[in-house]
Write a protein that binds this ligand. Structure first.
Ligand SMILES: Cc1cc2nc3c(=O)[nH]c(=O)nc-3n(C[C@H](O)[C@H](O)[C@H](O)COP(=O)(O)OP(=O)(O)OC[C@H]3O[C@@H](n4cnc5c(N)ncnc54)[C@H](O)[C@@H]3O)c2cc1C
Length: 387
């Protein structure tokens, strides 16, 4: 390939038009940095178009059940980062030129037995120590707060600041916001090769070669494979998980509902559908390798949801889907410059990637634009795993 094959030359090139890539591009463009985003498919083609849209703050005893106390204590120290992420969502809602259906009615994590009540009490103490507004509510108070919860539920932790947004509208809103601020988004442009050159990086895509000064890998579950093309190892684990949507129902669930010890998140969205998730295992279809639901997981997920919110037994399921999720060893995202590779940046999510996406994009954009970075990037640097 010679220089005539170069289809674009830009200051910043972002790989991935999920929430991380679109948020990074949105802020880069607003900072005046010339930016192109490339995606192998469409905006929101990966996890960002498949997720539940929960804006999480509470720690999950269920998700952390196999972690040691040191891991949990270290992860809990990122709670202020989550609070900053929710504040940014609030700001974005006013900035973006579309309704992303963000609502923060509060989150309820339920306990069905005394052991789970103890887990929640310990969790609330830890969260409060890090400044989170969260409290225990007993059964009677819970029934006043959330009359739709089953009568056998003993207690819950309640965090008034949690909520939700429409994941698809949010990622498309950020992409459109990036375009409006001057960024270009090139779709159906799969990255096949990444090589350093004198000025930065040469990136070969299925639509041609793009040269850039600074390169951002924000490709979700493909990030490790893409980083490997540039000679960088990202320590990511992968799982495919699934979601359920019921038919639209008359509004009756106000909150984001979770469970202390079972896989469950659920909420009722703007048009009345109830979205049920919680990280139930899905698979990849054997022919195309695309995320695919597992029938047993759907049955088990529905059973938990209907036990906690009995009225859901009368709501038909209209859609199920699965998406790829990635996990870092310490549960924190990987953000910022890669020290061993000048002009290479990563914006890679953790399991709560939708919640943290805009803030992570902002920080990476600030680092690239050489502006003061609003949050210390050291705890999120790739080098925490390599030193
Ligand atoms: C079912 C499910 C439910 C979830 N629920 C929640 C939730 O409620 N709250 C929460 O906080 N988080 C949730 N998450 C996690 C969250 O969705 C992700 O962490 C987040 O969306 C990741 O965003 P991303 O931009 O990093 O990756 P993605 O959205 O996966 O985007 C990566 C993009 O890179 C593109 N790409 C890949 N390879 C290439 C290539 N070679 N060339 C060019 N482009 C490429 C893909 O096409 C894709 O568009 C959930 C995840 C799943 C799967």
């Amino acid at each position: 390939m010679n220089s005539d094959d170069v289809i674009a030359d830009t200051d910043a090139l972002v790989i991935g038009a999920g929430i991380y890539g679109c948020a990074t591009a949105y802020f880069l463009a607003r900072f005046g940095v010339e930016t192109i985003v490339v995606d192998a498919g469409d905006v929101g083609a990966g996890a960002s178009g498949a997720n539940a849209g929960n804006l999480h703050l509470q720690l999950s005893p269920f998700s952390h059940a196999n972690k040691n106390p040191e891991w949990i204590a270290e992860f809990a120290a990122t709670l202020p980062f989550f609070m900053a992420a929710l504040a940014l969502w609030n700001r974005l809602e006013g900035e973006l030129d579309c309704d992303i259906e963000r609502r923060c009615p509060g989150g309820i994590m339920v306990a069905e037995n005394e052991h789970q009540v103890t887990l929640l009490r310990q969790k609330v103490a830890l969260e409060r120590a890090h400044g989170l507004s969260v409290e225990m509510v007993d059964g009677a108070a819970l029934r006043r707060l959330a009359p739709y919860i089953a009568p056998h539920v003993l207690a819950a932790s309640y965090c008034p600041d949690e909520g939700m947004a429409n994941a698809l509208l949010a990622v498309v809103g950020l992409a459109n916001g990036a375009r409006a601020a001057g960024a270009s988004i090139m779709l159906d442009a799969a990255v096949k090769g990444i090589t350093p050159d004198a000025a930065g990086w040469c990136v070969d895509t299925s639509r041609g070669r793009i040269r850039c000064r600074r390169l951002v890998i924000a490709a979700g579950s493909s990030s490790a494979a893409l980083a490997a093309l540039a000679g960088v190892k990202l320590p990511l684990a992968h799982r495919v998980i699934q979601m359920i949507a019921t038919e639209a129902c008359t509004p009756f669930i106000d909150h984001l509902v979770y469970h202390a010890e079972s896989r469950l998140t659920l909420k009722q969205v703007a048009n009345g559908n109830v979205l049920i998730g919680g990280g139930w295992e899905a698979a990849r279809d054997p022919v195309f390798g695309k995320p695919a639901v597992i029938a047993d997981s759907i049955r088990s997920s529905l059973a938990v949801a209907r036990t906690i919110v009995p009225r859901l037994a009368g709501a038909s399921v209209i859609r199920t889907w699965a998406g790829p999720n990635i996990y870092t060893p310490d549960g924190r995202p990987i953000l910022g410059p890669v020290r061993s590779h000048p002009r290479l940046f990563v914006a890679v999510c953790n399991t709560y990637g939708f919640t943290l996406g805009p803030l992570c994009g902002l920080l990476v954009a600030e680092a690239i634009a050489q502006r003061p970075v609003s949050y210390d990037l050291v705890p999120f640097a790739l080098e925490r795993f390599t030193q």
